[in-house]
Design a protein around this ligand. Structure first.
Ligand code: FEO
Ligand code: CA
Ligand code: CA
Ligand code: CA
Length: 515
C-alpha cells in the first residue's frame, strides 16, 4: 500500500557499530526503559528471579495490546550475587555450601508471571496483581505421562529455563536446558552401567532429586500457575520449543538440544491439542529425514532400551542409534510467518572449530509441518563477513523481518587470541525483509559487559520489543569491583532485567509488510 511504501522510504536503518562499552546501546530510532529487574517485588511475598532469559506476552483481553501477562524465564544463578558464595575462594567449595544458599538459588530460577500495563509509553508492573506469581525450583509439578519417572508422577521444580513459547491455547512453554548444572546427570557406559555425574552447583548435596526429573519441556498455566512436564517431547538440553497448530488442531513442536554434537527434534501429535499422544522424531539433515524415536517400531531402540519411557529419558542416545545428524548446538527455532520455512540457530561448535555458528533453514516437503522429509540448507553463516557471531534467539516481527541475538560467551568476548574480538559485546540484530537492506544483518543494540540479550518478543501491536538483558557482569570475581554495573543502581551491583524497546524503528519495521 501507499502508506507502507512511505514507511519504507523514510526508514533509516543506521547500524550500530560493535562496542565494548558497559551499557545497553541502541540504534537511532530506538529507546528503552526497564520493566523489571532482579529482586524487584512482584507481590507482598515474591520477588523477580535472576538471569531472565525468554520473555513472552499474552494480552488479558485480545482487544487491548497494552495490558497483559509477561512470562519470564529465570535460567540460572551466579552464586556470587545470588547467595553470596564464592566458588573460587575454596579448594573444595562443595564442602562449604549451605542449605540456605541453595534454597536462595532455587528460589531465583524458574520463571515469573507478572501483569504489565503500558501507560504513556511506559510499561509498568501491576504490583500485587492476583496473577503475579513465581514458579521456582521448589514448585511441585506433574508429569504428563502414564508411567512414573524414578518412582514419581509429581516432581519438584523447574530450573535451567532457557527459551520457550506460547501454546495455541494460551499457556506458557518453558524449556529446561542445562539441567545437569543443578542435580547432575546419569551417564551410561557401553555396558549400560549408570554413573552419577556431579552437578556444577551442588544442589544434590541437600536435595535428593534425580536428574531424570529435569531436561523436559514444561507448560505453565498463567491462570492458576499449575505446571506440567511433557515427557513425550523427550529429555535433553531443550533450548526452546516452537509450536505449530495444524488445520486439524494436531500440534507440531520443534525443539533443539543445545549441546555440542546434539540434535534437532520434532514432535507430531496424533490427537488435537495434545503434547502427550504422538511421535517424537529426530532430524537427519543430510538425508532430509525425520526419524521416529519409537520403541515399538525401531528394533535398534527395542534392543537397547526397556520401554518408550526410557527412550524418551535417554533421547540423545536413542537419536544417535537411529543415525541423527550431530549439529552445532541448536538454539532458538522460529517459523517464518510468510514462507513457513523453519529457521534454527546453530550457535557454534568449538569441538569442530565452528566458532561463529550459522542459521539453518528447514523446508518441510510440500510445506507440510507434519511431513517426514525435508530439505536443509544454510541460510546465513556467522563470521566477520556477515557481521555476527554465535546466533542464539530469533524472532520474526509482524512484517516478517527476522530479529536475532548473539551469545558470545563472556569468557571469550573481547579477548585477545580469541576469534570474537571484532564483534565486541553481544548484540541484537535485524535482518530486514524488504527495502535496500533486505537480507543484510544490521546491529541495532549492544549489550552491557559480559551480558547476552535474550528473549526478544514483540507486543501484539508491534510497538514494543520486550528483551532480556541477561548476566551483565558475569565475569565478576570480586563483588566490590564488578565487571559491569548495568543498570547503574546505587549499589553498583549488575542486575539482569527485562527492558521494553520502543520507538520509530520498531513501529516502522513492523509495518513494512506486503509492499
Ligand atoms: Fe541458554 Fe542455549 O542458551
Ligand atoms: Ca539461548
Ligand atoms: Ca524465539
Ligand atoms: Ca546460548
Amino acid at each position: 500500500s501507499k502508506g507502507n511504501l512511505e514507511n519504507l522510504k523514510t526508514l533509516v536503518l543506521e547500524a550500530l557499530p560493535a562496542s565494548d562499552k558497559d551499557d545497553l546501546l541502541l540504534a537511532k530510532g530506538l529507546d528503552y526503559h526497564i520493566v523489571i529487574k532482579w529482586g524487584d517485588q512482584i507481590s507482598d511475598k515474591d520477588t523477580f528471579g535472576f538471569n531472565n532469559d525468554f520473555t513472552c506476552f499474552i494480552p488479558l483481553d485480545e482487544k487491548n495490546p497494552k495490558d497483559g501477562l509477561l512470562w519470564v524465564n529465570h535460567e540460572y544463578i551466579n552464586p556470587l550475587f545470588v547467595s553470596d558464595f564464592d566458588y573460587e575462594k575454596y579448594e573444595n567449595p562443595q564442602k562449604h555450601r549451605t542449605k540456605a544458599q541453595v534454597d536462595k538459588e532455587m528460589y531465583n530460577v524458574g520463571g515469573s508471571i507478572v501483569r504489565v500495563k503500558e501507560e504513556n509509553g511506559q510499561w509498568k508492573v501491576v504490583q500485587n496483581d492476583p496473577l503475579n506469581r513465581r514458579i521456582t525450583a521448589q514448585t511441585p509439578m506433574r508429569l504428563n505421562w502414564d508411567m512414573p519417572i524414578k518412582g514419581k508422577t509429581t516432581v519438584i521444580g523447574t530450573h535451567s529455563n532457557c527459551s520457550g513459547g506460547i501454546t495455541p491455547w494460551k499457556t506458557f512453554i518453558t524449556c529446561e536446558e542445562n539441567y545437569d548444572s543443578f542435580f547432575g546427570e546419569t551417564e551410561y557406559d557401553k555396558n549400560n552401567q549408570a554413573t552419577h555425574i556431579p552437578s556444577l552447583y551442588d544442589w544434590e548435596k541437600f536435595y535428593n532429586y534425580p536428574p531424570e526429573h529435569y531436561g523436559w519441556v514444561v507448560e505453565i498455566n498463567p491462570k492458576d500457575g499449575t505446571a506440567q512436564k511433557h515427557i513425550a517431547l523427550g529429555r535433553f538440553a531443550h533450548e526452546c520449543c516452537t509450536l505449530y497448530e495444524l488445520a486439524d488442531k494436531r500440534i507440531v513442536a520443534y525443539t533443539g538440544d543445545d549441546k555440542n554434537n546434539e540434535h534437532l527434534y520434532k514432535f507430531i501429535s496424533s490427537k488435537p491439542g495434545s503434547l502427550k499422544e504422538g511421535t517424537l522424531y529426530v532430524a537427519n539433515t543430510e538425508k532430509g529425514q525425520w526419524l521416529a524415536l519409537d520403541w515399538e517400531t525401531q528394533p535398534a531402540l527395542k534392543k537397547k532400551f526397556k520401554d518408550q519411557t526410557e527412550v524418551l529419558i535417554r533421547a540423545r542416545e536413542a537419536a544417535k542409534l537411529l543415525g541423527a545428524t550431530e549439529l552445532n548446538r541448536p538454539e532458538d527455532i522460529e517459523i517464518d510467518p510468510i514462507t513457513g520455512n523453519i529457521f534454527v540457530s546453530l550457535t557454534n561448535n568449538n569441538s569442530k572449530k565452528d566458532f561463529h555458528g550459522s542459521i539453518l533453514k528447514i523446508e518441510e516437503t510440500k510445506g507440510a509441518f507434519d511431513a517426514l522429509t525435508f530439505k536443509a540448507s544454510t541460510y546465513l553463516a556467522g563470521g566477520e563477513e556477515n557481521g555476527f557471531s554465535c546466533p542464539d534467539n530469533l524472532a520474526f516481527d509482524l512484517a516478517g523481518n527476522l530479529w536475532m541475538t548473539s551469545d558470545i560467551s563472556g569468557s571469550s568476548m573481547n579477548k585477545k587470541g580469541k576469534p570474537y574480538m571484532p564483534f565486541k559485546n553481544n548484540g541484537l540484530f535485524v535482518i530486514p525483509r524488504h527495502g535496500k537492506d533486505a537480507g543484510k544483518v544490521i546491529r541495532v543494540a549492544s549489550a552491557p559487559r559480559d551480558a547476552e540479550l535474550t528473549g526478544p518478543w514483540f507486543s501484539p501491536d508491534g510497538k514494543t520489543l520486550f528483551l532480556s538483558v541477561q548476566h551483565p557482569g558475569e565475569q565478576t570475581k570480586d563483588v566490590k569491583n564488578p565487571t559491569s554495573q548495568w543498570p547503574f543502581d546505587k549499589d553498583n551491583i549488575p542486575k539482569p532485567a527485562v527492558v521494553a524497546i520502543t520507538g520509530d524503528l520498531i513501529e516502522k519495521m513492523n509495518k513494512l509488510n506486503k509492499i
